[in-house]
Design a protein. Structure first.
Length: 239
């Protein structure tokens, strides 16, 4: 891989032209030797690339767990509203990041931020049916009839038929966990509206088998280790 491409792919703030300037100034080293040509070829897996003594590690893709707060939109840019990408700290930013899937503006919880388009496609494909788990607080208590209707596949407004969904009761009568295997527009709210109830608070707490870190504050994020990435694609519903 060309040296300028290597560095630019790992650091959002460093364009290829900036890398060329850093090389010209003698600030870039490869395996301890100063390299002044930005088209120098490096092995991204084994060579040690540094800028002013700081090592630039290589990751083909990055996977970020964000605990989205209400009021932030799942978009790469928006002229009026803060986006999820604006919450990513500088040390995790790189070119090509995007939210893999969406949450409503007023919904909190787990949003995956990545630059891995292939994984996002697999995760979001309707054929994958990757389960997504939501904590739901409602205006009135949840009934056994609601759980049965969701399990059978409920028809929501507009005549759309939902795939079977699993509802789990909690110790609080008007709170539950809901597992969906698809992502229709405002689906959770529309499903409960179809049974005469109203969602007052909604938070996504799990994608596949990967749970939102309960210690992660709203608006904060952490990098998902590669050993956990496959958990995002599991079709198994949580217990």
């Amino acid at each position: 891989m060309r040296l300028d491409r290597f560095i630019a792919s790992q650091r959002e703030e460093l364009s290829r032209s900036k890398v060329k300037e850093l090389c010209r100034r003698g600030l870039v080293t490869v395996n301890g030797a100063v390299v002044k040509s930005s088209d120098f070829s490096v092995d991204e897996q084994s060579d040690e690339v540094c800028i002013s003594g700081e090592r630039i590690g290589y990751r083909e893709h990055v996977y970020i767990m964000l605990n989205k707060p209400a009021g932030v939109v799942c978009a790469t840019k928006d002229r009026l509203t803060e986006t999820v990408l604006e919450l990513i700290p500088p040390e995790l930013r790189r070119r090509g990041l995007f939210p893999a899937g969406r949450l409503d503006k007023d919904t909190e919880g787990f949003v995956l931020i990545t630059d891995d388009g292939e994984l996002a496609h697999r995760m979001l494909s309707p054929r994958s049916h990757v389960p997504k788990t939501y904590f739901v607080r409602l205006e009135t208590p949840v009934s056994e009839d609601t759980a049965a209707r969701f399990s059978a596949g409920i028809t929501i407004d507009g005549g759309e038929l939902c795939l079977p969904a699993e509802l789990t009761f909690t110790d609080v009568p008007n709170e539950c966990l809901l597992v969906l295997h698809e992502g229709k527009f405002h689906q959770v709210k529309r499903m409960f509206a179809a049974v005469g109830n109203r969602v007052t608070y909604l938070k996504r707490v799990r994608i596949g088998a990967l749970e939102l870190d309960e210690k992660l504050p709203l608006g904060a994020c952490l990098e998902i280790m590669h050993k956990d990435v496959d958990k995002l694609l599991t079709r198994q519903s949580p217990d």
